[in-house]
Design a binder for this molecule. Structure first.
Ligand code: V4E
Length: 223
């Protein structure tokens, strides 16, 4: 299970030119449709857990338990870290079902719980009371900056939001501080100056389409 360390940024008219000038290599363009699931009372997203189906595969993003080691972190470093998100990504379906079951266990009777891990069809969704709350299509152009080992994605969502992200995948137990430093150097090369977190596609989607869900996550400081 890897940890995805990521910083989002707003694209400008110069972004493509800057990527080329800094030696980023375009590794392709792809399109994918995401469907996100939660219970009607937001059990997963209130815990900052994001269950989605993308290209027929299930993925669960969960917060990491890693804490910043302040004695090793300067003020500038922690400011840079605050602009980044870190999530574990689980892609094995039985592990996803197990994790989800733990979170919503109060709502799941034991008979259902036993059956969950053997479900190969999608009936596990209704058994756990999971419904789709967001779906959208993204066109993504991806670039790599080989000397840093970072990926830069430029996303265009079908509801009219354009956002970039600098991403480093850290294997379990790997060096997250070094990932943050790579992201910071890449951000400087891209000329990013903002000191505020840039909103992701989901923030914008929920704000526009699911205001009640958005307000709840905002009031609980998830978003
Ligand atoms: C983690 C998360 C969500 C799940 C989607 O994550 P995101 O990285 O925004 O989507 P995407 O399509 O770029 O996924 P990838 O292809 O990189 O795996 S939805 C909301 N969150 C939480 C979150 C947050 N609190 N703040 C920011 C800036 N982003 C995400």
């Amino acid at each position: 299970m890897s940890v995805e360390v990521e910083r989002k940024f707003l694209c400008s008219a110069d972004t493509l030119k800057t990527l080329e000038e800094m030696g980023a290599v375009c590794v392709g363009q792809r399109q994918f449709h995401d469907q996100y699931f939660d219970t009607p009372v937001f059990d997963l997203t209130l815990k900052d857990m994001w269950l989605r189906k993308r290209k027929g595969c299930w993925e669960l993003k969960c917060p990491t338990t890693t804490v910043n080691r302040t004695e090793e972190t300067s003020g500038e470093q922690s400011k840079a870290a605050a602009l980044c998100t870190r999530y574990k990504e689980i892609t094995n379906l039985p592990d996803i079902q197990q994790r989800v079951k733990e979170v919503i266990k109060e709502d799941t009777d034991s008979e259902t719980a036993e059956k969950i891990s053997s479900q190969e069809d999608e009936s596990w969704l209704s058994k756990m009371n999971l419904v789709c709350f967001a779906e959208f299509t993204t066109v993504r152009r991806s670039f790599t900056l080989e000397e840093e080992g970072v990926q830069i994605d430029l996303d265009q969502a079908d509801f009219g939001y354009h956002v970039g992200e600098i991403e480093v995948l850290v294997p379990e137990g790997g060096d997250e501080q070094s990932a943050l430093e790579k992201i910071e150097r890449t951000a400087q090369k891209l000329g990013l100056t903002g000191h505020q977190r840039v909103e992701g596609k989901m923030n914008i989607y929920l704000k526009r389409n699911r205001p009640e869900h958005y307000e709840k996550l905002l009031s609980e400081h998830v978003l």
